[in-house]
Design a binder for this molecule. Structure first.
Ligand code: GAL
Length: 742
């Protein structure tokens, strides 16, 4: 039978090249996913992580091998590596964003085995995305999961469910299996498959698999064949954004080896949906959906790109639930399988693309780009959330031969999805199905080609820090609102994906010099700037009421609104109406600004016309914003005028972590006013104390700027309760939280 075993624990690490013969004492113990360097969240240099490091793992086989083959599967190692087992070289892999495997069967020993991996995290010009400058950091290490996989000598290599005629009365699906026979003789196999909606009523899938064999296949020796099974999906529910129904499919392969049968079972998951870009819009299951989204880089403060499953999944939740997006672009490379799994589960659409940035290298480099495309599609084509393959290097020049080849390959590997290819000029050979365009015009230009999707806007045109003044933060927010509004208003634009969701680390050639691009609607800690509320407020009010002031409610800072001394402010909300009360006096009720933002489901509210400024002369008391939905008051936000820090808050995203040595949660902290609102100009030193089986990842004490930041809490391998206590000086505020490790 097949076994897939988590191989993340009990590795050794050294931040330099270590000989095979060197003792273990040259290393320190680590758990995968691992970053080759822990860094501050800004003000560090590429040289702090761009070096060669060594990983070692001693292991005895957890199961006996028998006639099975054993593979070592790496989900991602940045940027290149060379792998040795028991002193023998297994091979190397170049490229940090795709998975790779080694068949280690012939190299295994019955007692202890020693695996050693040299990881080259330098910016290798021969490997995409390198060769020119790039606007992001790649970091280094064995940063995605490692697994040990046992399979029978006749096994399934890959499986792909192609759905067809999804909107017809008789939807169809075919399951393509790539079956490999590693034996020197031809063999007969029986293939059986079952989908969970077929089995749900009668019990578990495994029971259903005892049913009679469905198909017989003849396999030649030492070869891989493709075999297609029809799936009955007539009664399967469709996958949609509001009801993301997934279908689990289990495949059983029984190979007849003389008197024995070798069984290989494999589970996959897919969704039944029709996703198509047409010249007049994007349609999901026949319904036209205006795409509204953000780009996501995979990096985090301190840990670079080595984020474990929980943090990966959390990012998808943030983009969908906190930012109300219906699409995310995995700029500029294939991202974690955990992130994509969560997008499937919650109904968040994905545009995934190959690694690269504004540069195309020589023919060997191009071969790697084609290999990356193939690996991305073969890994990810069962994800219903993915609706478009990015078959171009982001913002590269036209290379018709290369991009004919990438498009042809993408269509051959996945005839069910359209292709895109991101550029920033419209005078380009349109070889893809969808013209995916980075539009930095500060509005939406008329498309030259349709279907047309805006894949970036804003970004470097208006970088904004979470601690910038209100005027800048509001203008940042309004740019996102204006451009999303303009995109939604054009019938020939399918939607817009803004740059970007989260601030990210970058090279000195970009960003603010401290190695950060402050382009996110959230900061690097995934905490909101005012622009985040533009997105959040587009959420359906039936799902969640959102009422967020786009103001710090500070009355003296005339830079904020120019010389006319008006004090208008914006409120971002999905309510129908809001009322602003200052002290006991109502400033009146306000409606969404449909005149300027009429294409957004929930336009911002503009409050003011100078009234508040005049009120201020009478000494401004505390205020209050009330949100009304369908005539009822449904939300209230108090506004404090004294602007003094009154408390420190500390919260963990998760109450429970797994005791596996790598599970992590975010610990967010804020300095707040008397009503609990963040003070964006509050600076303090926050010190953390921890008790229990976990480790703090981050800078401690943390010199807080901008009133908010986060650390991570990483579980150790023992169970227990962890207590974290934070103290903010010079104020002396304290805050506490608890997390259980189990
Ligand atoms: C684009 C590029 C992105 C990012 C962005 C900043 O040109 O594709 O990766 O650099 O600019 O605005």
């Amino acid at each position: 039978m097949r076994s897939v075993i988590n191989f993340n624990q009990d590795w050794l690490y050294a931040p330099r090249t270590i000989a095979l013969t060197a003792p273990d004492s040259d290393f320190t113990p680590v758990t995968i996913p691992h970053s080759n360097a822990l860094l501050p969240h800004h003000n560090f240099d590429v040289s702090d992580y761009a070096f060669i490091s060594t990983y070692r793992k001693r292991f005895s086989l957890p199961e006996s091998v028998g006639r099975r083959r054993v593979f070592l599967d790496f989900d991602g190692v940045m940027t290149a590596c060379e792998v040795h087992l028991n002193g023998q070289r297994l091979g190397e892999h170049d490229g940090g964003y795709i998975p790779f495997s080694f068949d280690i069967t012939e190299h295994l020993r019955s007692g202890e085995n020693v695996l050693q991996v040299w990881v080259d995290s330098t910016e290798r010009e021969d490997i995409p995305p390198f060769g020119y400058v790039i606007d992001y950091l790649t970091f280094g290490g064995i940063y995605r999961d490692v697994k040990l996989r046992y399979v029978e000598p006749v096994y399934i290599k890959n499986a792909f469910v192609r759905t067809q005629a999804v909107m017809s009365a008789e939807p169809k699906a075919e399951l393509d299996l790539w079956i490999h026979n590693h034996l020197p003789d031809a063999v007969e196999v029986a293939v059986n498959w079952i989908c969970d909606y077929e089995a749900r009523e009668d019990g578990p899938i495994r029971a259903a698999l005892e049913d009679p064999i469905e198909a017989r296949v003849h396999l030649p020796p030492m070869d891989t064949i493709r075999y297609t099974c029809p799936l009955d999906v007539t009664t399967a529910k469709r996958w949609s954004l509001d009801d993301p129904q997934l279908v689990d499919c289990e495949i059983l392969l029984s190979a007849f080896l003389g008197a024995n049968t070798a069984e290989d079972r494999m589970a996959i998951r897919f969704g039944l949906r029709e996703a198509v870009f047409r010249p007049d819009g994007f349609y999901l299951n026949g319904e036209k959906i205006n795409l509204r989204g953000l780009n996501r880089h995979q990096m985090y403060p301190y840990i670079g790109i080595a984020a474990p499953e929980r943090l990966q999944r959390k990012d998808a939740d943030i983009v969908k639930d906190e930012l109300g997006c219906n699409i995310v672009r995995t700029s500029h490379y294939p991202q974690s399988p955990h992130f994509l799994d969560r997008c499937d589960e919650i109904g968040l659409l994905v545009f995934e693309e190959i690694p690269g940035w504004q540069f195309i290298g020589d023919s060997d480099w191009k071969a790697l780009a084609l290999r990356d495309l193939q690996a991305m599609i073969e890994r990810d084509r069962n994800h219903p959330s993915i609706i478009l393959w990015g078959a171009r290097i982001n913002e590269s020049w036209d290379d018709d031969a290369l991009y004919r080849a990438t498009n042809e390959l993408a269509r051959e590997l996945d005839p069910t999805r359209q292709t895109g290819g991101v550029r920033y000029f419209q005078e380009s050979t349109f070889l893809e199905d969808v013209f995916t365009f980075n539009d930095f015009s500060n509005t939406i230009v008329a498309p030259k080609h349709t279907p047309h999707l805006v894949t970036e806007f804003s970004g470097h045109m208006f970088p904004t820090k979470s601690f910038d003044n209100e005027e800048r933060q509001v203008e940042h927010a309004l740019r996102h609102a204006r451009i999303q509004n303009a995109a939604a208003g054009r019938a020939d634009v399918t939607g817009a994906i803004g740059w970007c969701a989260f601030d990210y680390n970058t090279h000195i050639e970009f960003g603010s010099g401290d190695r950060v691009c402050y382009h996110g609607v959230m900061d690097m800690f995934r905490l909101p700037k005012i622009a985040a509320y533009v997105y959040a407020s587009q959420i359906d009010p039936e799902q969640r009421i959102v009422l967020r002031p786009g103001t710090f409610y500070a009355f003296g800072d005339r830079d904020n609104y120019g010389a006319n001394c008006d004090f208008d402010f914006y409120v971002f909300s999905n309510c129908d109406e809001i009322e602003v009360v200052i002290g006991d006096e109502s400033m009146g009720r306000f409606q969404p600004d449909r005149e300027h933002f009429g294409h957004l489901p929930h336009p911002p509210f503009k409050v003011g016309d100078g009234q508040l400024w005049h009120t201020r002369r009478l000494r401004v008391p505390d205020g209050k914003i009330t949100g009304f939905y369908q005539g009822q008051a449904v939300a209230e936000v108090p506004l404090a005028t004294d602007k003094l820090p009154r408390a420190l808050t500390l919260s963990a995203d998760d109450a429970e972590l797994r005791a596996d040595g790598i599970d992590m949660t975010r610990l967010a902290f804020q300095l707040v006013d008397k009503f609990g609102m963040r003070l964006p100009h509050a600076h303090a030193v926050v010190t953390f104390d921890i008790e229990g089986p976990a480790e703090l990842i981050g800078v401690n004490p943390f010199p807080l700027v901008g009133g908010q930041a986060a650390l991570f809490l990483k579980a150790k391998q023992t169970a227990g309760t962890v207590r974290i206590r934070a103290t903010a000086q010079p104020y002396g505020f304290t805050a506490e939280t608890e997390v259980n490790i189990g």
